[in-house]
Design a protein around this ligand. Sequence first.
Ligand code: UDP
Length: 407
Amino acid sequence: MRILEDYRGIVDDNVLTEIYKKARRFYGKKAIHINSTYYGGGVAEMLNSLIPLMNDVGIQADWRILRGTNDFFEVTKKFHNALQSGSIRLTEIKKRLYIQANEDFSSYCHIDADFVMIHDPQPLPLIRFYKKRQPWVWRCHVDLSEPNQKLWNFLKGFILRYDEVIISNEKYRKKHLPVTQKIVYPAIDPLSPKNVSLDARTIKRHLEKFDIPMDKPLITQISRFDKWKDPEGVIEVFKRVKEKVDARLILCGSMATDDPEGWVIYQRVKRKAGKMVGSGDIILINSENNILVNVLQHISDVIIQKSLREGFGLTVTEGMWKQRPVIASNVGGIPIQIEDGVSGFLCDPNDINCFVDRIIAVLKDKKLAEELGKNARERVRQKFLITRLLSDHLSIMTDVCEMCGNH
Ligand code: UDP
């Protein structure tokens, strides 16, 4: 298990001292985090690192996963899509299924913590099924800029019960939500298997295992097979790039347990890639393997993230940390991370030409690629590492505990 001290040398010592100081008032206190999957996706990724570090600094931090049936996750995926501006038929059956799964879970998940953080919409209604005697915070990781209004209104009924809402971007702030809303940027763990530096043997072993040749420049998108990540759009971009530069595309996406749409999208992508899969010009990977993700981010000549919507985009952060030139959509949390032309490139998600031109530019100009990569790593070091996230979490706990007179 990693401890805070391990981050010495990566971040400045005063960052660590500040964290130890903020944690003092919570010695022996219990905090519980609840989300709906233990792998696949940014939330699980962050909790994996955050929870052990909270324990290391003296908090009894716990992480539980909301269990649900396939039907439940079908519904919550529809909610997820509709929160990001998709449409939905919000029937009574869907609402009942959603609420019932939360009620069922509450009967075998007892909460005796001093602080509760609920992640994303799946476990949002849980708050209704407990005798509330501690602050509850709803941490929303999705892009809330244009939610489906009917759905938002339904969810708001639960949100109003919370003491605070945390969002990832100023643009997601809701005017008509009378609950305190704070912004916390997500972060990556530089010491997790996904982000540590790798030795040549590990890289070679993984490339062999997954049959990835290194004879051409590699363009990679790491993302769940999800329509918002636009894997089909990436293929279009790639086909255009390939008319000018011989390269290979890797689309790597594991299947999260709370995302039942993955296989459908995967099959669609495979059809679109057509013969290019057989010839090895496009490689599709769907296994869950952190080190493989790390390897791919390390060896790729370009990281692309052509999302149509993106709550924050940890894959962007990860690529930047590995000093890669990242070319990504100017949506959601991505422009918070990339300064266009300095620490990567931003493109309008519908502007295929922009993606094609930028990719070709960095493939042809090694110096440009190196410069972007160097700036990208420093930007992440300054702003988007797990130590900053831990510090922000301690501040939130301090604020809400004070607000609730619970300290
Ligand atoms: N991820 C992974 N394997 C995959 C695809 C994604 O481990 O095949 C990880 C990725 O490295 C990142 C997280 O899942 O840490 C995705 O977070 P992001 O914020 O980019 O998107 P989300 O999936 O939460 O919408």
